[in-house]
Design a protein around this ligand. Structure first.
Ligand code: ATP
Ligand code: MG
Length: 448
């Protein structure tokens, strides 16, 4: 409703003030910046991606878990880390009506571990889980970066050996192959080592950075104090140049982590998965240890990471559970869809309609309804749209064309009299033909 303090410029005239109110009421309300609608033309490619992902995760025996979109703010602060970009500046945090601080989830791992602990799913067990859904981060919207975006994720619990690290990577590689984008993505790998090894490395890095403080940009100066590993992640070429002579994380790896990393590479080599080791790959969340990886493409400009993950052996305990090794990843669906569009790989996506039925003349509407229902019962894999709202033949044919259907089924006077249906191939591959009503269900599949 229009709020009462809106002043009409035409207060004297009831007529004009009503007109003024109507104009205000009619103003269109728009979606929130960075939060997108997925329109009917776009949903088929989303559905294709979703169904391929489900197929791939189930072929590895993973189970789905669904978590709420809103969690207590502490969950993310404690898991992602207080001095990460996400917690410092990207979370949608608000007070609930009773004053609790809640946050729209910026990622799925923390919620998954919270749910696992809460329901005793992780205690002394192995789990291979997957999830999907919207995530929320208050970032500057741009191509491939939104405020509401969607992820697929997998999380595995209870297995500390490198074979499971390799498994989740193989699983993601299988999805790229299924989508036909495997040639356009590169796997980058690194090992962050144990917490102790990383702490030693951090010290050495800070010593190096503080001897070059005058060459650091503001961001890196801040990170040097709050989260020094993130300096390695800097996009600034001057900082990257400065890092060439910085101490290397690999030199600080503890023996067990080095062995774990070597094992992982053996598994990947054996499976024929190519990778590059990126010593500066650190990831923006605090909970990772040992393996970290990203799948990166150059076909999306600067938003090139389509999937990122790694090992987080400390998180379950940090969130109140029993120490449990874990490894997982999350992929950004919008970026994958953008890739499919850029590479024109969305053309073969199934249309929403296969058959459109047209009914002209008295009694044809009832007969048409029946035929349409019969087809849905007997051939449920076909998408059958029946024309509603009458109209002449020409108008109905236009609708049939617009629907994208492969076939038009025509029922008019002639067909009613001879108890048959006319099939018109809208792609013009086959001649138009009349088929007896009781033959229709047998004939239709041969078109598809
Ligand atoms: P980036 O470096 O691009 O900000 P990130 O390290 O913050 O990514 P993660 O938290 O690892 O991202 O999330 C996993 C994946 O989710 C990313 O690799 C990316 O594909 C996707 N993603 C992350 N943030 C966004 C966003 N704001 N919009 C769209 N996709 C996103
Ligand atoms: Mg980010």
């Amino acid at each position: 409703m229009v709020s009462s303090n809106l002043k009409s410029p035409y207060n004297d005239s009831l007529f004009y003030s009503q007109l003024y109110v109507e104009i205000i009421v009619a103003k269109k309300i728009q979606a929130i910046r960075g939060m997108n609608d997925t329109l009917p033309e776009q949903t088929p490619v989303w559905q294709k991606l979703e169904s391929l992902f489900r197929q791939v995760v189930s072929s590895y025996g993973y189970s789905e878990i669904r978590m709420p979109i809103v969690e207590n703010t502490t969950l993310f602060k404690r898991s992602i880390g207080e001095v990460t970009d996400i917690v410092e500046k990207e979370m949608y945090t608000f007070a609930d009506r009773n004053g609790d601080s809640l946050t729209l989830r910026p990622e799925g791992t923390a919620s998954c571990v919270r749910a696992g602990n809460e329901h005793g799913l992780l205690y002394n067990q192995e789990r291979r889980l997957w999830y999907t859904g919207p995530m929320f981060r208050h970032e500057r919207p741009q191509k491939g970066r939104y405020r509401q975006f969607h992820q697929f994720g997998v999380e595995t619990f209870g297995i500390g050996s490198a074979d499971i690290d390799a498994e989740v990577i193989l699983l993601s590689a299988r999805l790229w192959r299924a989508l036909g984008i495997d040639k356009q993505v590169e796997l980058q790998l690194n090992s962050l080592g144990s917490n102790e090894a990383r702490a030693l490395y951090k010290e050495a890095l800070v010593v190096y950075l503080s001897t070059h403080v005058e060459q650091l940009d503001e961001d890196s100066k801040r990170r040097m104090v709050s989260n020094p590993l993130r300096v390695l992640d800097s996009k600034n070429p001057d900082i990257q140049a400065l890092l060439v002579d910085a101490p290397k994380l690999s030199a600080y790896l503890d023996d067990e982590s080095a062995e774990h990393f070597a094992q992982l590479q053996k598994y990947l080599d054996a499976a024929g998965i190519k990778y590059v080791i990126n010593e500066r790959l650190v990831r923006g969340l605090d909970y990772y240890n040992r393996t970290v990886f990203e799948w990166v493409t150059t076909s999306l400009g600067s938003q090139g990471t389509i999937c990122a993950g790694g090992r987080y052996d400390g998180l379950v305990e940090q969130l109140g559970g029993k120490a449990t090794p874990a490894v997982g990843f999350a992929m950004g669906l919008e970026r994958i869809i953008l890739m499919l569009e850029t590479l024109a790989l969305n053309d073969d996506v199934k249309k929403d309609v296969d058959i459109y039925s047209i009914v002209v003349g008295d009694g044809a509407d009832i007969a048409g309804f029946k035929v349409a229902e019969l087809i849905r019962t007997e051939l449920p894999m076909l998408k059958m749209m029946h024309h509603c709202g009458a109209g002449n033949f020409k108008k109905q044919m236009k609708r049939a064309d617009k629907s994208g259907a492969r076939l038009a089924l025509i029922i008019a006077e002639n067909e009613l009299e001879s108890d048959c249906v006319t099939i018109k191939d809208l792609q013009g591959k086959y001649e138009q033909q009349s088929v007896a009503m009781n033959e229709l269900i047998k004939v239709l599949p041969s078109y598809f």
